[in-house]
Write a protein that binds this ligand. Structure first.
Ligand code: AVJ
Length: 325
């Protein structure tokens, strides 16, 4: 009655973050050309990502959801969170499986979703406070790659940090260690991290997951050029680019690329320049690292983290880990 259970704060990045203009200047002007994957996620790109999750080939999302539904009770009992902080919460769809467990166990908590997409997060938060009568939601609006050291979480209370979706895999190993190091800084006492990562597997299955038959991932990949056209006043011709996803076994990562099928020039208005792209040239748009039990545990150990519980999908398709410092 009159209790306001949904609130939000804007999080000022602790470090100055590069803008799209900075990233384009650093990555697009000369080969090898590369862009950070975060620019995929404009409104249309976010919709395409949701559609990717529904393709028969993209198993990670379903594997993670099934692990969460199977083990949510154990996770919540073990973590007993007063505060649940989720990095990159998106639509909070899978987090509901954890709230269902909180509900069944009568273990209420306060939810702190952290995402750049304010609208999606606030819509999700409004639905959550309606569906879970005991839940308060404090939405944190910002880019967690700008730092997580200055979040308004209370000093008291047990924390569960949730980092799902295999998003850690988007970082290169050094960045992943740095990100985990920042998470370590938020963990005190018995606090836990719940981490979801995708596993190394058969190359054909991995490559199919990133090149679905309906072409949705291809559309998602090319959409980053639409973002550049709009945000950088550029004139990429999407039809000139072919989607390519290859698994690099050495580095244990999927690399998504856009391959130019012909020689052409592209005007980058915001950079006041024109670039010449030759036929066969590639723009790397995303890395998605895959892990073995040993490689994820080593990466966690490097950051000062210890595995408390390791949940695996049936054929080792995916890992969900409860981790402590
Ligand atoms: C949500 C970033 C982890 O790498 O699998 C899906 C994004 N890219 N298909 C991933 C993605 C192409 C996804 N992450």
């Amino acid at each position: 009655l009159g209790t306001r259970r949904l609130s939000s704060s804007e999080i000022t990045p602790a470090r100055a973050l590069p803008t799209l203009v900075d990233d384009a200047r650093a990555g697009l002007l000369a080969p090898p050309r590369q862009l950070p994957p975060k620019y995929f996620y404009d409104d249309y790109g976010s919709q395409l990502f949701e559609a990717i999750c529904a393709t028969p080939e993209y198993y990670p999302s379903r594997a993670e959801a099934s692990l969460l539904s199977r083990h949510a009770t154990q996770i919540i009992e073990r973590a007993a969170p007063d505060h649940m902080l989720e990095l990159g919460s998106g639509s909070s769809r899978k987090t509901r499986l954890l709230f269902d467990a909180c509900d069944a166990l009568a273990m209420p908590c306060i939810y702190w979703p952290f995402d750049v997409s304010a609208q999606m997060m606030l819509d999700a938060g409004a639905a959550l406070v309606t569906d879970y009568s005991w839940l308060s939601v404090h939405a944190l609006i910002g880019d967690y790659t700008g730092g997580i050291g200055n979040l308004p979480l209370p000093a008291q209370g047990r924390r569960l940090i949730v980092f799902l979706g295999g998003t850690l895999g988007n970082f290169e190993p050094d960045q992943a260690r740095a990100m985990l190091g920042e998470i370590v800084g938020l963990l005190r006492g018995d606090d836990l991290l719940l981490l979801g990562v995708d596993r190394v597997k058969d190359t054909a299955r991995l490559e199919a997951a990133y090149d679905d038959a309906q072409g949705i991932t291809a559309e998602f990949n090319r959409n980053v050029l639409t973002v550049l056209n709009r945000e950088l006043d550029a004139d990429f011709d999407l039809a000139a680019y072919r989607h390519r996803a290859v698994f690099d076994e050495q580095r244990a990562r999927i690399e998504m690329r856009l391959v130019s099928e012909r020689d052409h020039s592209v005007r980058l208005g915001a950079l006041d320049t024109t670039i010449e792209i030759t036929a066969g040239e590639e723009i790397v748009t995303e890395f998605s690292h895959k892990f073995t039990p040993a490689s994820i545990e080593a990466l966690l150990a490097d950051a000062g983290l210890i595995v408390d519980t390791h949940f695996e999908a049936d054929q080792g398709d995916y890992s969900l880990l409860l981790v402590r410092r």
